[in-house]
Ligand binder design. Structure first.
Ligand code: HEC
Length: 281
């Protein structure tokens, strides 16, 4: 304990600690001012957070159901092949289920006799808007979901993003989606919402997306609550998986690399001691 105290008091560490505290204080003061327009983002309780997090198969299945029954009417996922849904670590569908699902879609294929054929597991999730006319009549093309969860993040002022390095935080995408989907406001006070637009408290802007979720909209088989909050978390988790299906493997590899580097550093230290043991200094 005494050693620790003198360490903290030591001339080198003191200014560094001081600087960190001052910076943290400044950051907090700034964040208090910055959040006047947008609501505070919500952070989900994700099973895949942290160094050892993994996707929850049941949640991915529910999220997929929400995506398929609600969002897929407007949003495509053109980088995702149907067969990915049967991959290990994903929603855990069987190959037969995926085959049956793919077959319910009609895929445009110039080589097929009629230019169309039923889908197979190797096909990718088709976009609902296929022609420019369809997009024009809708007014705007809804963004593709394939990597959307990686392309968005919540804004976190200093000093939070510094802490994020240490907690391996990378759930900004699903937090963004969850916050957006649960923040639709019918009559935002003091905000002018243009005709045909819908106001979302987070990120605090009017979008062309009508609020897609409502309580009881999707029938879940299990006993997860059928609420906007639950749907939003489930579909956000699914979208995270879709954008990063190999995240769990990647984290495991990263962890093994860290252990290796740690052991290697210790080993090198011993080598150094051995080599220099006879050198006077
Ligand atoms: C009626 C069509 C429609 C449905 C259904 C729909 N969306 Fe959208 N969505 C849109 C459009 C259009 C935009 C683009 C809005 C804009 O940029 O103004 C959009 C944008 C988004 C965005 C991106 C916002 C951004 O930052 O660019 C997210 C996330 C999103 N939708 C999620 C969902 C989810 C999840 C569902 C299903 C629960 C869903 N949407 C259902 C039409 C739809």
């Amino acid at each position: 304990m005494k050693n620790m105290k003198s360490f903290i008091k030591s001339a080198v560490i003191k200014p560094v600690l001081g600087a960190i505290l001052v910076a943290a204080g400044l950051g907090l003061a700034m964040s208090a001012n910055a959040s006047e327009t947008a609501a505070e983002p919500k952070q989900g309780n994700w099973t895949f957070a942290g160094l050892f997090g993994t996707y929850d198969e049941n949640q991915l299945q529910r999220g997929f159901q929400v995506f398929k029954e609600v969002c897929a009417g407007c949003h495509g996922a053109k980088l995702i092949a149907f067969r990915t849904l049967a991959e290990e670590g994903g929603p855990g569908y069987s190959e037969d289920q995926v085959k049956a699902l793919a077959a319910t879609f009609t895929i445009a294929d110039p080589e097929a006799p009629d230019g169309e054929r039923p889908g197979v597991p190797a096909d990718r999730w088709p976009s609902p808007f296929t022609t420019q006319e369809a997009i024009d009549s809708f007014g705007i093309e809804p963004p593709d979901f394939s990597v959307l969860a990686k392309a968005r993040s919540i804004h976190q002022p200093f000093p939070y993003w510094v802490f994020n390095y240490f907690t391996a935080y990378q759930e900004g995408g699903p937090d963004f989606i969850y916050s957006l989907l649960t923040s639709y406001e019918e009559n935002p006070h003091g905000v002018e919402v243009p005709e045909g637009k819908y106001y979302y408290g987070y990120p605090g802007s009017a979008l062309s997306m009508p609020p897609p979720l409502s309580d009881g909209l999707v029938d879940y088989e299990g006993d997860a609550p059928e609420t906007v909050d639950q749907y939003a978390q489930d579909v956000a988790a699914f979208m995270m998986w879709m954008a990063d299906p190999h995240m769990v493997e990647r984290k495991a590899t990263g962890f093994r690399v860290l252990i290796f580097l740690f052991l290697f550093a210790g080993f090198m230290y011993l080598v150094k001691r051995k080599l220099f043991s006879n050198v006077a200094h």
